[in-house]
Design a protein around this ligand. Structure first.
Ligand code: DCM
Ligand code: DCM
Ligand code: DCM
Ligand code: ZN
Ligand code: ZN
Length: 268
């Protein structure tokens, strides 16, 4: 996801965490503002483009070597590269944020990575190897030449909400929070966190990756990718895809809240 998506995930999580979890996270991050998670949600994207942070680039995705649209699947041994992947990263940083043997700045880094990667893992194309997660599928969106990955990360969320300021994320998060509490997500939210277990972060995050990867076959490219390279994907493709974009952002925020609640409860 781009800036808008990650900050929205963070604000949704802030809306659902226990107040003791909020204090735990604010203490680690040294930020008692009302945007303490949103303020660090895109740090991992900035870091991976620095020379010092290049090693973390593979942590943003898992390259499923499946065969969409006929067959979607995730296999850890097949798909998590030698340099790591989003599943190994969530597993590692979930352990590190609880460690008493590392510095407070390293604990803060672990928390910032978790806030970001629990977001990225719900973007279907972050759980897909085909054409480098869709980066090599050239598309036109609302008159702009871009690629399939980028419209899922950024163009479609921004088309929906109209901007990518913190205030845009806060208002999208408020709307999705209402949908989770009383709207169309109310009956689904328990399934989103089913099996959630911080002591088996690998199993839990693999299930999250498989859940998102399935949308590559059903929603992202149900008729293959070739058909997406001609014509403008706005509005027809967008109208079909945007409910899945919203669902996946809402899911990530709700899961992040429960994940942090479980970690903070154990660290108390
Ligand atoms: N991005 C960033 N800093 C940069 C370059 C990009 O924060 N120097 C953000 C904006 C993009 C997002 O990264 O929307 C894309 O990240 P990914 O492609 O890992 O999802
Ligand atoms: N960005 C974004 N959506 C855009 C333009 C930029 O998410 N339409 C992100 C990418 C950068 C950050 O916002 O990480 C700042 O972008 P800029 O330097 O273009 O202001
Ligand atoms: N990406 C991905 N799968 C890959 C490679 C990259 O999901 N195999 C993501 C990470 C960024 C975006 O695509 O969100 C662009 O990556 P980069 O800036 O590394 O080209
Ligand atoms: Zn991306
Ligand atoms: Zn990322």
């Amino acid at each position: 996801w781009g800036t808008l998506g990650h900050e929205t995930v963070a604000y949704i999580a802030q809306n659902f965490v226990a107040s003791s979890t909020a204090s735990w996270a604010q203490n680690i991050l040294g930020d008692t503002s009302d945007s303490y998670l949103a303020n660090v949600a895109t740090w991992a994207d900035t870091f991976r483009y620095t020379t010092a942070g290049k090693w973390s680039a593979p942590f943003h995705f898992i390259d499923a070597e499946d065969n969409p649209p006929s067959s979607c699947s995730i296999d850890y041994d097949r798909d998590c590269g030698a340099g790591g992947c989003v599943v190994s990263a969530i597993t590692n940083y979930t352990a590190r944020v609880q460690s008493t043997k590392i510095s407070s700045s390293e604990v803060a880094t672990a928390l910032k990575f978790i806030v970001h990667f629990v977001g990225d893992i719900t973007q279907p194309l972050h759980d897909e190897a085909y054409e480098v997660g869709g980066n090599d599928v050239d598309v036109t969106f609302d008159g702009t030449s871009t690629n399939l990955h980028h419209i899922w990360d950024t163009n479609m969320p921004e088309e929906l909400r109209g901007g990518y300021q913190l205030s845009d994320a806060k208002s999208w998060a408020a709307d999705l929070t209402t949908m989770i509490n009383t709207g169309s997500y109310k009956s689904q939210k328990a399934a989103w966190i089913s099996g959630l277990d911080i002591s088996n972060a690998k199993k839990t995050s693999l299930a999250w990756a498989a859940d998102a990867n399935a949308y590559v076959c059903s929603v992202v490219m149900p008729n293959g990718a070739t058909t997406l390279e001609s014509g403008d994907l706005y509005p027809t493709y967008y109208n079909n895809a945007i409910p899945t974009v919203e669902l996946q952002i809402a899911k990530a925020g709700y899961r992040l809240a429960k994940w942090l609640d479980a970690i903070a409860a154990k660290s108390a």
